[in-house]
Ligand binder design. Structure first.
Ligand code: CP
Length: 317
């Protein structure tokens, strides 16, 4: 593996899960692999879990780590070619990227959808420029359309907690006051489509995701009906994808909040969320604090997913 931008690049899933299990059971076994190798983690957007878990994963592999918050302490970056740079952005991404490549062996990039141009977002304009111009292996720490390290951690978690070979996994939209990208739900749907699980997506009308990510999932507009018999509830908000509504909040209806009444419709489902989560918007205190909530082990598996992927990238150097 050279670049990692989608869970599709994990290859054979059984093998990927076996590699993840090995990493989890032997976190320091590959310290020599990363010795004298440097990871640059670059953040265009805020992070708690991705920052800490990826740094921890790199340290477990013996790597040196540099973390750069682009908007705090670095020159502000112009990202558009052809712009007359007479404003407040003194450096262009097209110089910054190869320069950053000179200082490291591997680059992780966090760059959310900007909701300014659906075309730019869905073409992964920023991430693709890193792949093209850095001369280094690049992995996504959440880009405009996918969050593959999160999805891999989610998949590892479901494998660990599932009680049947083919669990019913329901991804539900839930309300949020701000416009959030579709990266997590797209990526989760992409991951679920690689498995043999029963996969259902439920959301209000108007929140349809890109069909390329929905794949063979069943879309159910009645949230109660979707929850019936579920083994896992994966909650997430996302802004509208379709047409002129791209990037808009159409609905903050708290009847979509995941609560105990809805969880009672399930097959004693586990509750999952990538975090951070707005309590009593996305999920009630009661549900997220219940024994069925596995959001903390899910977050802990972020180290495992990042380390498994970083290890594969190091092996390719
Ligand atoms: N789930 C996740 O990516 O969390 P952070 O935004 O805190 O990194």
């Amino acid at each position: 593996m050279r670049h990692f931008t989608s869970v599709k690049q994990l290859g054979d899933l059984k093998e990927a899960f076996a590699k993840a299990r090995y990493v989890k059971e032997n976190p320091f076994a590959d310290q020599a692999l990363g010795r004298n190798r440097t990871l640059l983690m670059l953040f265009f957007n805020s992070s708690l879990r991705t920052r800490l878990s990826t740094q921890k994963a790199a340290m477990n592999l013996g790597m040196n780590v540099i973390v750069l918050d682009v908007n705090q302490g670095a020159w502000k970056l112009e990202t558009e070619r052809g712009v007359i740079m007479d404003g407040d952005r003194p450096e262009h991404l097209l110089e910054a990227i190869p320069v950053m490549g000179c200082y490291c062996d591997v680059i992780g990039v966090r760059s959310f959808a900007r909701f300014e141009s659906k075309e730019d977002d869905y073409n992964e304009k920023i991430l693709e420029q890193f792949i093209r111009y850095s001369g280094r292996p690049v992995f996504s720490m959440e880009a405009a359309t996918r969050h593959p390290l999160q999805t891999f951690a989610d998949m590892i978690t479901i494998e660990e907690y599932k009680k049947t070979e083919r669990p019913k996994v329901v991804m539900t939209w839930a309300p949020h006051p701000k416009a959030l990208p579709q990266a997590v739900p797209n990526s989760f749907a992409e991951g679920m489509n690689l498995t043999g699980y029963e996969f259902v997506i439920t959301h209000p009308e108007g929140y349809e995701l890109d069909p390329a990510f929905v794949g063979k999932a069943r879309v159910e507009y009645d949230q109660d009906k979707a929850f019936e018999g579920a083994d896992f509830i994966y909650a997430k908000n996302w802004a509208a994808y379709s047409g002129d509504n791209y990037g808009k909040v159409l609905n903050t209806d708290r009847r979509w909040t995941v609560d105990s009444r809805k969880m009672a419709l399930t097959n004693n489902a586990f509750f999952m969320h990538c975090l951070p989560v707005r309590r009593n918007m996305i999920v009630t205190d009661e549900v997220i604090e219940s024994p069925q909530s596995i959001v903390i082990p899910e977050a802990a598996n972020r180290v495992v997913s990042a380390q498994t992927v970083l290890k594969e990238i190091l092996l390719s150097l």
